[in-house]
Design a protein around this ligand. Structure first.
Ligand code: ASP
Ligand code: MG
Length: 403
């Protein structure tokens, strides 16, 4: 017998038929003797629809009222799911954010769960009851309804797993796990059976968006085992653990890519202390996230070139800041927004020599030019021309034994 938190995303509860199907999944767990807390999202599209309605009243719709409105989507699915379980003869009950209560801190639409009361739900679980909790919301210290950021039901599920000391948190969604690369682009991509939190974070922040990254971070912090699986197939999903529980047979676990980067090069900046700080200070003040940074060694000891990457959507703003800031001097500014970032990710990379060389050689064999490089313990990323994206992923997927 285990205590499990099962989270069902928007598509999993997108229709009444699907809610009935989810009820059957939960019934199976309950019949097997497991204690189940289910966390639900709103029906797919519902939150957007509510948001749109608020905007037709005002672009600047009152923040407190917006949270009351948005939180209602999950209230609907909670009641429908509890009702479906009751119909199947299961003792089930939904709890709303204020009934538990789920306490949050921080401003409306961007609050964080800090605690919740467990006693009445635990009592209900011990009587073979299935508790249903709406994701994405809570209440503030003064009792106002809050929401915790879009996609926040993952965070709710992980917080509940922690606070209720669950054995496992299962994320049910519309894909059956995390893949070695994008299966829509590379049909030979394989589902990964086990992955570490760190690898999952690298893969999801780079494009394999299966689960909210901040929720994975919380799970990592408290060592809560996760499993991502499909609501619509019975296949085993991807288990996410800490690194020590995984035996690495391969050096690379996955190949990720993102197409939302842009590259800027400042040619001929002075090679003296404070120059890099002068460039990046105004960017950070303007909330522009800089990803990779490369500074060439100065050949004449006077000037050098600095290249860095940012999100593509920040390109114009960044150029404007650099051009208007008089403390930043350079000969010329080049930019390129037709680039993509390709990364190989793997906790097994640390113990395998020659990975860097193999990646560069494979790209060279495909005549792909590398524009920038960055490395971390479990990741090696390069910036290349956007047109070469597919070719690069395909090649690396094969070279690192992932096909
Ligand atoms: N319904 C919310 C959203 O669409 C929360 C979630 O689905 O996780 O953002
Ligand atoms: Mg969602």
């Amino acid at each position: 017998m285990a205590k499990k938190v099962l989270k069902f995303g928007g598509t999993s509860v997108g229709t009444i038929e699907r809610i009935l199907h989810v009820a059957k999944i939960i019934k199976k767990e309950n019949d097997a003797g497991n204690e189940v807390i289910a966390v639900v999202s709103a029906m797919s599209g519902k939150t957007n629809e509510l948001l749109k309605q608020s905007k037709t009243i005002s672009e600047d719709f009152d923040k407190r009222e917006l949270d009351v409105l948005l939180a209602s989507g999950e209230q609907v699915t909670s009641a429908l799911l509890a009702g479906a379980l009751i119909k199947f003869g299961i003792n089930s009950k939904s709890w709303l954010n204020w009934q538990i209560p789920i306490l949050t801190e921080g401003e409306n639409s961007n609050a964080r769960i800090i605690n919740m009361s467990t006693s009445s739900i635990n009592k209900f679980l011990s009587e073979k009851g299935v508790a249903i909790i709406p994701g994405f919301q809570g209440i503030s210290k003064v009792g106002d309804i809050t929401t915790i950021g879009r996609g926040g039901s993952d965070a709710t599920a992980v917080a509940i797993a922690k606070i209720f000391d669950a054995d496992l948190c299962e994320i049910y969604t519309d894909v059956d796990g995390v893949y070695s690369t994008d299966p829509n682009k590379i049909p030979v991509a394989k589902k990964i059976d086990k992955i570490s939190y760190d690898e999952m974070l690298e893969l999801s922040s780079l494009g394999a968006k299966v689960m909210q990254s901040s929720a994975v971070q919380t799970a990592m912090m408290y060592n809560i085992p996760l499993e991502v699986k499909s609501t619509f197939t019975a296949r085993q999903g991807t288990k996410i653990f800490d690194q020590d529980s995984i035996d690495y047979t391969k050096s690379v676990t996955g190949v990720a890519y993102s197409k939302d980067d842009a590259k800027i090069t400042l040619v001929g900046v002075q090679d003296k202390p404070g120059v890099a700080a002068n460039i990046f200070e105004p960017l950070s003040k303007n909330q522009i996230n800089v990803d990779m940074v490369i500074q060439n060694i100065s050949s004449d000891q006077k000037t050098t070139d600095i290249t860095f990457t940012i999100k593509r959507e920040d390109l114009l703003k960044t150029i404007e800041i650099l051009k208007s800031n008089k403390t930043i001097q350079y000969e010329s500014l080049n930019h390129n927004d037709k680039v993509s970032k390709i990364s190989i990710v793997g906790a097994g990379m640390v113990s395998t020599p020659g990975i860097t060389y193999r990646m560069f050689r494979s790209l060279a064999d495909e005549k792909i030019n590398i524009l920038a490089i960055s490395t971390s313990e479990i990741k090696l990323s390069v910036i290349i021309s956007e047109d070469d994206t597919l070719k690069a992923i395909k090649k690396l997927h094969t070279v690192f034994d992932l096909d």
